[in-house]
Design a protein around this ligand. Structure first.
Ligand SMILES: Nc1nc2c(c(=O)[nH]1)N[C@H]1C(S)=C(S)[C@@H](COP(=O)(O)OP(=O)(O)OC[C@H]3O[C@@H](n4cnc5c(=O)[nH]c(N)nc54)[C@H](O)[C@@H]3O)O[C@H]1N2
Ligand SMILES: Nc1nc2c(c(=O)[nH]1)N[C@H]1C(S)=C(S)[C@@H](COP(=O)(O)OP(=O)(O)OC[C@H]3O[C@@H](n4cnc5c(=O)[nH]c(N)nc54)[C@H](O)[C@@H]3O)O[C@H]1N2
Ligand code: SF4
Ligand SMILES: [Mo]
Length: 727
């Protein structure tokens, strides 16, 4: 039997076909009926069954019986688990208020609305996610600048672009579908420019590689703007008719001359000029979203703003082959959006205002989120933005509130599809914070380091055993759906059943008994039930419709592309982009650099793992057994380190060890480490926690609120370090 499902190993949710034989999934393969990707998938799809039937999967609800982290568990029923967790949450709510109950979700690979609905209806604004440093900040910044989220990575596979700028991203490993399209485009003469401190594969096949000093993306983008505006290479007609604040932008960027930017970034001025000219001359051109500008700390928002402005003034917005502006029209419009399911409006304004960090980092708090979303309603084709993306409490404030009770106590935390002990920076602080709680509940596929220190661990159903309606409103102009291939094994349950089960016990309103009922409700305007939709339609996409702004303008307060942001002006932030040197770099803190002379970047991905996932999946781990740090051969030699040696990386916060891989294509002063490493094969009990402290680079990085982006609270993923050979 063949079942139409969608893969949820990553955000793309590709349509795939599962072969089921006697109730067992034996194979998963691409499905060409995918309305947009048409059967393009990545190699990880093959491990679907291996993950589904893995002997270490969590299969029953567990309750801690020994001390936290001791690894003593009792198997209990779902009803008992939900009753007890809800009972504890009720006590916390009665004593401290709903804001004392917090939650974190992981990267957006499954529907986030159920998570935020739970908190919105509960009355707690303290839910968060890595979205603050991954895409949700950029999406919000794009919307604030041009009223739409351009996301060529999710939305389309633009092969007709004449120039592709790979900025802080490595598509070879992370976006196989985009990478294949890029290689094809290259053959027809498309230019490729890479902005990255590593000479990645795209740089090898491309035209220009800008090897910038990490964290200086904001200055680099301002340098491009300086050249493009100074030399008159922008789209004059577009700028005149459709932008707001061009003269003030021109004045601001005048200070960022190629020479000055060269001094900041370390890239020769000639290369900065050449890149800016190449990008501006080739139209259509795209700068697909890349992760790293989201993760550079204090400069992050302004760097992402400058990149958004580059897309706009070069006339690349909403043109064929350029930056796609999804039009949510036709059938998509008839599908009820996830944002409606979330119930953000049911979180009272008083409770929204209590969001931790929200008074300081306003863009992803109620003031910023509402100012941005309000404009989306002005255009009939714009999407909506889920609160799980646009409204996020600051983790730096959250962990500190757990530990100190200030500004008010936080006593309980729910972890959904997230592994904060490996995902969030400053692991020691996160660990102390989570351990101080009255209640920690985790729902996951596997026992993780975070789950080990929980009070309750719930077994989640995976994507082969749950239905999906994948929408990504705002960022994507298509919707796909898939049924479950098989019934959940053992006692695994859908995340929806978990949140609804808890919610109704706490008096919340969840009118749909099962997840499929939600999808039936969302699809009723189309005249299909969920199952009919999957069988007969599978997916719908809005037709490509370009230059919509000629008729309707942009969904911003001025109706134009806001080069000068009136929303930032209202929130009290700089309405124009600028560059600020982060506090802990060798430039700003020479004293620190004397002891920690190298720059550490973290988080370069590999095709074998998804963040902290798959370390227990043999077919992947065999191909990539150990955590890697990439070091320039000269630096390695200077430290007596050879290929394959274990290397200590040390910062003022601690040290961890990874294995040396030599990388010629980088500045000798920069080392690059993977993130997300733990060892499921090791002991899970405290103090080991599956080797949590051994190779987890987030042990090394500070999340001090003053080092975070002042507008979103995004923390940096890089810092100064030193290295030595492990004896
Ligand atoms: N130093 C450093 N840190 C980083 C990064 C970096 O570059 N450098 N990158 C950051 C980024 S961009 C991101 S997005 C985060 C990712 O951080 P996370 O999202 O926390 O990481 P994952 O390991 O992908 O997922 C966490 C857990 O979710 C479980 N899971 C997966 N799918 C489901 C599901 O459908 N339901 C349930 N209940 N559980 C599920 C997995 O088994 C896993 O244990 O990490 C961030 N951390
Ligand atoms: N196989 C696989 N695919 C994934 C993931 C995964 O874990 N595994 N994670 C998914 C997720 S949640 C995300 S967010 C995406 C991320 O996907 P990408 O956007 O491709 O991000 P990375 O792979 O982290 O690549 C970031 C690049 O930035 C470079 N870099 C480091 N510091 C800087 C800097 O300061 N400035 C600039 N300009 N560049 C810098 C690094 O050298 C690296 O090459 O991938 C998604 N896809
Ligand atoms: S893991 Fe691969 S197949 Fe699955 S959704 Fe992502 S790109 Fe598609
Ligand atoms: Mo991410």
């Amino acid at each position: 039997m063949i079942k139409k499902v969608c893969c949820e190993f990553c955000h793309l949710n590709c349509c795939v076909l599962a072969t089921v034989d006697k109730g067992r999934v034996v194979k998963v393969r691409a499905d060409t009926s995918d309305p947009v990707r048409k059967g393009a998938v990545c190699a990880r799809i093959a491990i679907g069954p291996e993950v589904h039937y893995h002997p270490s999967r969590l299969n029953h609800p567990l309750k801690r019986t020994g001390a936290r982290g001791e690894g003593k568990w009792q198997q209990i029923s779902w009803d008992q688990a939900l009753d007890e967790i809800a009972g504890k949450l009720s006590e916390v709510r009665a004593k401290y208020g709903p804001e004392a109950i917090s939650g974190s979700k992981g990267t957006g690979r499954n529907r986030s609305w159920m998570f935020s609905r739970f908190f919105n209806l509960l009355g707690s604004p303290n839910y968060t996610s890595p979205g603050i440093i991954c895409r949700c900040n950029t999406a919000t910044i794009n919307v604030l600048t041009y009223g739409a989220d351009t996301n060529t990575r999710l939305a389309s596979l633009s092969t007709s672009a004449r120039c592709i700028v790979v900025w802080g991203s490595n598509p070879t490993e992370t976006s196989p579908v985009l990478w294949e399209a890029m290689k094809k485009a290259r053959k027809t003469g498309t230019k490729i420019i890479v902005v990255d401190p590593r000479r990645i594969e795209a740089a090898r096949i491309g035209d220009l590689w800008l090897n910038l000093r990490p964290q200086t993306d904001g200055a680099m983008a301002l340098g491009w703007l300086n050249v493009i505006i100074g030399e008159g290479l922008y789209d004059r007609d577009f700028v005149e008719k459709y932008t707001h604040g061009f003269d003030r932008l021109r004045e601001r960027v005048a200070a960022y001359t190629p020479d000055r930017v060269s001094g900041i970034t370390g890239v020769p001025a000639g290369q900065i000029i050449e890149a800016a000219r190449m990008y501006a001359a080739a139209r259509p051109a795209i700068i697909p979203w890349g992760l790293k500008p989201d993760q550079i700390g204090v400069n992050s928002t302004q760097a992402c703003r400058s990149i958004a402005i580059l897309r706009a003034i070069t006339g690349n917005l909403d043109v064929e082959g350029g930056e796609s502006v999804p039009a949510l029209t036709g059938d998509i419009r008839k599908i009820i959006p996830d944002s409606e399911l979330e119930g953000y409006e049911r979180l009272s304004p008083q409770q929204r205002d209590k969001q931790l960090g929200g008074g300081k980092y306003k863009l992803l708090a109620s003031s910023g989120y509402e100012a941005v979303v309000e404009n989306l309603a002005k255009l009939d084709y714009s999407g909506t933005m889920v609160s799980a993306n646009g409204f996020n409490c600051s983790p730096a404030y959250l962990w500190r509130a757990m530990l100190t009770g200030k500004p008010y106590p936080v006593k309980a935390h729910i972890v959904h599809a997230n592994n904060p002990l490996l995902q969030a920076t400053n692991t020691r602080l996160v660990y102390d914070a989570l351990k101080s709680l009255d209640l920690l509940a985790v729902i996951d596929y596997f026992m993780t380091p975070t789950a080990m220190i929980a009070d309750y661990v719930l077994p989640a159903a995976d994507w082969l055993e749950r239905p999906i309606l994948s929408r990504f409103e705002l960022s994507r102009n298509f919707v796909v759906a898939g049924v479950k291939a098989v019934e959940p094994e053992f006692e695994r349950r859908n995340d929806y059943d978990f949140f609804r089960g808890l919610g109704i016990r706490l008096g919340e309103d969840w009118p749909w008994p099962a997840l499929e009922d939600v999808f039936d409700y969302q699809l009723k305007g189309l005249g299909y039930t969920f199952r009919e939709f999957v069988e007969k339609v599978r997916g719908v996409a809005s037709a490509g419709d370009y230059r919509k702004y000629e008729k309707s303008g942009f969904a911003t307060p001025t109706g134009k592309v806001e080069l000068y942001s009136t929303i930032f002006e209202g929130l009290g932030y700089d309405p124009l982009p600028a560059y600020q040197e982060p506090r802990d770099t060798a430039v700003a803190s020479p004293g620190l650099a004397a002891s920690y002379p190298l720059i550490l970047t973290t988080g370069f991905r590999t095709r074998y793992f998804y963040h902290t996932e798959h370390r227990q999946i043999k077919s992947m781990r065999d191909k990539h057994p150990d955590p890697l740090v990439q070091i320039h051969p000269a630096t390695a030699k200077e430290h007596g380190i050879a290929l394959g040696d274990w290397v200590w990386i040390e910062t003022p916060l601690g040290k961890v060890k990874l294995r040396c891989e030599l990388l010629r294509g980088t500045d000798p002063k920069v080392v690059h480490a993977q993130n997300g490493w733990w060892f499921p094969e090791q002991a899970g009990e405290e103090p080991n926690l599956f080797g949590l402290w051994q190779s987890n680079v987030n042990v090394l990085i500070d999340d001090d609120p003053e080092k975070c982006d002042p507008i979103t609270g995004g923390w940096p993923h890089m810092c100064q370090c030193r290295i030595s050979k492990v004896d």
